[in-house]
Design a protein around this ligand. Sequence first.
Ligand code: MSP
Length: 513
Amino acid sequence: MVGRFFLTTPIYYVNDAPHVGHAYTTVNADAIARWHRLSGDDVFFLTGTDEHGAKVAESAEEHGMDPKSWADQTSARFVEAWRGLGISYDDYIRTTEPRHYLAVQAFLQRVYDNGFIEKGLYEGLYCVRCEDYYTEEQLVEGNCPTHGTPVTHMEEENYFFKLDEFEGRLLEWYEANPEAVQPAAKRNEALGIIKGGLRPISITRTSLRWGIPVPWDDRHVFYVWYDALINYATAIGYGADEERFAQWWPVVHHLLAKDILRFHTVWWPAMCMAAGIDPPANVFVHGFLLFGGERLSKTMLQRLARSAEDVNITDIAPDVLTDDFGVDPIRYHLLRSPLGADSDFSYDGIVSRYNADLANNLGNLVARLATVVGSKCGGIGPAPAVDSPLAASAAAAVSEAAESWGRFAPHDALAATWRLIGAANSLLEATEPWKHEPGRGVDEVLGSALEALRIVTLLVSPAMPQAAEEIWRRIGLSGSPGDCRLPADAAWGGYPGGLPVARGESLFPRRKD
Ligand code: MSP
């Protein structure tokens, strides 16, 4: 179904450099966005950085910089990381931009005017160095868990959002929209939080200056989450271009990990209701990439991590991986881990998947076809057979891939695509065209395998855009896979034959490590 497709990633904090956990969400979102473009949808794919709050202010201070300069510098590192991974976002939002100040103030003013914000006393144990409150349970031996220094009992007058007033409405909303949070287990988690009881939340601070001023009381700034969530509305024109906003909202797809489920499935829908707009139509919650259980040699550690001591997923910079394996193999690897569950991330895992799927399967099909078309057909690809057994495999792959991309399951979409690669390789192995004299039989097999490869290339292009361009060029096709529209252009018989098939360097040379 062709339509508008608005997809978001979380906006990442600028207190830390981009790591492979951030890349996991962003690459998955990118491939899904590319799939929708290929399917003819009007896509708006949004990512960006979250730049306010105590944590960012603190890391700026640690680096001897003012918060804005620090945010500029770190946000640019995310831009650079996404460039390196071929991320095709349509907009990159930074919460320090004037357009965001405008939208946040307009949004929360609306919530205030609607009577859902009130003044109250925020009480707690305060660490001045953190500029943050703690509960008794969070303290370590009575001291701040971060600094180990004593905390003081403080009271601050804050504004509170009356989240408690939305319990009933949220439950009704989820009842009426059973698909709103996916997978189902995550929906149940959200329902559990709501049913467990909601309390008003403090949404402003006077102890911190690094935030967006509260429009009706500028002694306060908004608490960072309250400004951050609104980025999704800012980017489509909230408060500035209502017509544009209405075109994209509420049919949005928020992709994020389970660490921020509560904010997106409880706070954000309630905030939308309080501002008088519909809650987001879809929140897809994925699991974590976990790094552990692998014994790493010192060289592997040095390859993977910034510091070779205690390696965590957050120590692995995406460019370390792409420098080693190439961009598309890393994208492929991140997309093959089932989105939804937690997945193990390991160096050995990347190598074995690379060898099995890319070197032995896809790379082998490309190389083999070029060689045999070279020796049996003078380097000119023949046309496919109308009744090739590969036609049914291709049709199945196209429909299964479409269904899987559509339900945010890139791993299943790629598995379906690899079944077609397997079928093409099997046909070549069964018929051994390299052993036969040139002629109609050989032409039909090779033409059909080329057509299967053309369809594979289209299906693989959201995941591995560079490799797809290269294969497209090698089998003599003009334009690029991105110019095609699916499913029409993936129908059997699109490869015309009579095109030069080029040999080239191995696309995915086998790894020996
Ligand atoms: N700034 C907030 C989000 C605000 S959205 C309105 C934030 N930022 S974050 O930098 O901490 O990013 C968290 C997100 O990064 C996760 O929800 C997930 O998308 C991604 N990931 C971070 N580590 C990850 C893993 N280890 N595995 C998978 N995703 C990971 O929270």
